[in-house]
Design a protein around this ligand. Structure first.
Ligand SMILES: O=c1ccn([C@@H]2O[C@H](COP(=O)(O)OP(=O)(O)O[C@H]3O[C@H](CO)[C@@H](O)[C@H](O)[C@H]3O)[C@@H](O)[C@H]2O)c(=O)[nH]1
Ligand SMILES: [Mn+2]
Length: 731
């Protein structure tokens, strides 16, 4: 890789000038919050307990607001120039691509297959790529599907490259009619129809396999899957396709990995799978870069690796881009984000904002890592590695093949030894065994970090703690697209897992606060981590504050100044400004009023339900009363989701998670009845209570399911049609 410095840069930082107004409004809100707290303090002797509780909650909200301001204060955006890559390097570096799947029921093999196909077909020299699929489900169906997919790939990859197909996940591509380009139109029509037919056959073979019909010729291949339990089986590694470089059309290597699992050995969920993938690929292809995606995150922009390389190779030093993260974006996303899990504004504001500090969080998927950095720990950051064999074994384990490949990577020798990967299967099986990590640094100082349900945040933090930076890569069209959970229960389950994991990170020995003092995490980056690491703790304040207006109405007390009071303007102006500002942010990101409201509402709902249960599960785990398990999100096939009557409706199950929300609605409805019957009830308390009822309305629908309409719909409609329109006509 000869670097030619005479050429123009591969990336460029785009100045962000339109930031002053944002900062100003944010400061005004912060100032008003401080004034409110001061006013609380002065009036505390007259206010009583409610007043005190309200002040505590508001102090916390002020703190969270400050954390947001910090994260968004210095946004940074980078532009990438992939066309300049080839001018600058005569040879592009190799990339190992990882796909993780865990459950063939919740994650149908056809979903994984589409992701794999989209990766095999990216615009990048195929002989530089290898795709490793980790199957924690140890499913012969998944394996069979990949075998079939690799046959299809031999037609699909050349087809994509010949016609420069935009989205190379076949289920997306074939979901719309072909777009003809003038020249070879008739050739294309024939090829297209043929390819569509092939894909349909592939899908039906996979469907049949799911119905437990598997062709006989596979029997030998399946022998290893016999008598295996999902949590009790030896390592299975199969080279499905090896690119020997002698074919006209070349397709990247495809390797199936199901790591050993035994009931007595913790497997550390996805983090464990990622470490196995790292080691297996280390002894097989040992590419300097690794790209990882979840099984549902297909490549949506075929140039993604080229763009990634611009940020990975385009800086003076590696420390500027230890990893490159793309935002998580979703396909078939429900209109206006009814479950508040598309996180568009959060990712845009905080992701771009953090790029101006040390860099975005590692999000677990759609991310490029440097193998060298995954292999290094904060202890040897800076110093050149001169480890003895014993030290190397303590770090990486006792596989000679792995130690050799790791030293090659960490010492930065650019000479990459290319193996005949089939000859490395035994070495790979050794490093994938469940005892391999015993007495090594994997999961602690090296690789993906264990001990949290959000291994992604924990691992990114480990890297930032070494004083390294990460970069955010926002592409148009989006780099990858995945599926967002649909329905009340699964969305809340996902938020619960995140809240649990993030609190585990906060309290753990490798948490952001420890890293601030003992390692090289910067103050502002630490505060940015706190923003999400305190999710579970936010639940207490959110729940308390949501109860206060009801308590006041029932007990004839007050928690905000009366309308006649000169301090009334403080809470009211904060309320108005905050909502106007967040709404403006949504509109600025191209989202609707409705999306803003849905997200505001879901923030109230998740924080008092999912985050609260996240807090409880951390407490239970700390007391040793229960273990946390990674509850995998269901990745529905598109048609299934569409078959439901209205996928955007909030649905319920018997989970206790729904209790706080439903209780809040009932309490507030009673409180409002009492309050309205009493002439002395304060406006602040009444409006506060009404706001809670509006926010938690989906929980009000539980008794008359299907009939109730969202009151906000009614308000919006009637407001526009009955008031605004005539008013406009009149003037
Ligand atoms: O024991 C396990 C459990 C999960 N997974 C895989 O982990 C990925 C993420 O699981 P999913 O259920 O889709 O969780 P999400 O909440 O959608 O995932 C987000 O949050 C996770 C952390 O909570 C990150 O690991 C993910 O990358 C990030 O996309 C999927 O590919 C799974 O197959 C495993 O490989 N082994
Ligand atoms: Mn997911």
């Amino acid at each position: 890789m000869a670097r030619n410095t005479l050429h123009p840069p591969l990336q460029e930082r785009v100045p962000q000038n339109n930031n002053t107004l944002h900062r100003l409004v944010e400061c005004v809100i912060l100032f008003l919050l401080f004034c409110l707290l001061l006013c609380r303090l002065v009036l505390l002797p007259h206010g009583g307990t409610v007043w005190l509780v309200a002040s505590l909650c508001e102090s916390w909200f002020t703190f969270v607001w400050f954390l947001f301001m910090n994260a968004k204060w210095t946004p940074a955006v980078y532009k990438t120039y992939p066309d300049r890559l080839t001018k600058r390097f005569d040879d592009l570096p190799a990339v190992d691509m990882f796909v993780t799947t865990a459950d063939p029921k919740l994650e149908p093999p056809i979903v994984t297959v589409n992701t794999v196909l989209s990766m095999l077909a990216v615009d990048y020299p195929a002989e530089k790529l290898a795709c490793y699929v980790s199957d924690d489900g140890c499913s012969p169906i998944t394996f069979y599907s990949l075998v079939e997919a690799s046959k299809f790939a031999k037609l699909w990859v050349p087809f994509c490259k010949k016609y420069n197909v935009e989205v190379r996940a076949p289920f997306v591509y074939f979901s719309s009619e072909p777009r003809y380009s003038s020249a070879s139109a008739s050739d294309f029509a024939i090829d297209w129809a043929k390819m569509k037919n092939e894909y349909e056959e592939l899908s039906s073979r996979i469907e049949n396999a799911e119905k437990s019909y598997i062709p006989h010729h596979m029997n030998d291949e399946f022998a290893e899957f016999l008598n295996t339990g999902r949590k009790n089986h030896p390592t299975i590694i199969k080279v499905i396709w090896e690119n020997k470089g002698d074919l006209g059309e070349s397709i990247p290597h495809l390797i199936y990995v199901s790591r050993e699992k035994r009931p007595k050995h913790p497997h550390h969920f996805k983090a464990g799978a990622m470490n196995v993938l790292t080691r297996v690929s280390g002894v097989m292809t040992n590419a300097p870069f690794m790209l990882n995606v979840d099984c549902d995150m297909f490549v949506n922009n075929p140039k993604v690796i080229l763009h990634g390389m611009c940020l990975l190779l385009g800086f003076e030093k590696d420390v500027h881009s230890a990893f490159v993260q793309t935002p998580q974006q979703f396909y078939g996303a429900l209109k206006d984000d009814p479950f508040g899990n598309q996180l568009v504004v959060l990712q845009k504001k905080v992701g771009v904002g953090m790029t101006g500090i040390q860099g975005p969080f590692y999000g677990g998927t759609g991310c490029f890592h440097r193998r060298k950095i995954i292999y290094s720990s904060s202890q040897d950051a800076g110093e050149k590695n001169k480890h003895t064999r014993n030290e190397l074994e303590r770090l990486y384990g006792n596989s000679t093949e792995l130690i050799d490949s790791a030293t090659q990577v960490t010492s930065g020798t650019s000479k990459v030894v290319v193996f005949d990967i089939s000859s490395r299967i035994d070495a790979a099986k050794n490093v994938a065994s469940c005892t391999y990590e015993l007495n090594t640094s994997w999961g602690e100082e090296i690789g993906w970090v264990y001990g949290s349900m959000t291994e992604d945040i924990q691992t990114g933090l480990r890297i930032h703690s070494m004083g390294l930076k990460s970069k955010y890569m926002v592409l148009d069209p989006p780099a990858f697209l995945g599926s967002a959970p649909v329905g009340g229960p699964s969305s809340l389950t996902q938020y619960k897992r995140w809240a649990t994991g993030l609190l585990e990170v906060l309290l753990g020995r490798q948490g952001p606060l420890v890293a601030l003092f003992k390692k090289r995490l910067t103050v502002r980056q630490c505060l940015a981590y706190l923003l999400i690491n305190v999710w579970a703790l936010r639940s207490l304040f959110e729940l308390c504050y949501a109860l206060i207006p009801a308590y006041c109405l029932l007990a004839n007390a007050s928690f905000v100044p009366k309308v006649s009071d000169r301090f009334f303007f403080l809470p009211s102006s904060i309320f108005i400004l905050y909502n106007a500002y967040t709404l403006a942010e949504y509109l600025e990101c191209g989202l609707s009023f409705r999306a803003w409201w849905n997200n505001q509402r879901m923030l109230r709902i998740t924080s008092t339900t999912a985050w609260l249960f996240g807090l409880l599960s951390v407490i239970l785990k700390t007391l040793g009363l229960s273990e946390n398990v990674f509850e995998v999100t269901r990745k529905d096939r598109q048609d299934d989701a569409a078959a439901e009557t209205d996928p955007s409706r909030f649905t319920f199950d018997e989970s206790p998670m729904f209790v706080p929300g439903a209780a809040l609605v009932l309490i507030h409805l009673s409180a409002l009845a009492v309050g309205l019957g009493r002439r002395t009830a304060g406006l602040g308390e009444l409006l506060g209570s009404l706001w809670v009822v509006l926010s938690f309305w989906p929980f009000g629908g539980f008794s008359r399911k299907g009939e109730l309409r969202d009151p906000v719909d009614c308000v919006v409609e009637s407001y526009y049609t009955r008031l605004l329109v005539p008013a406009l006509c009149f003037t």
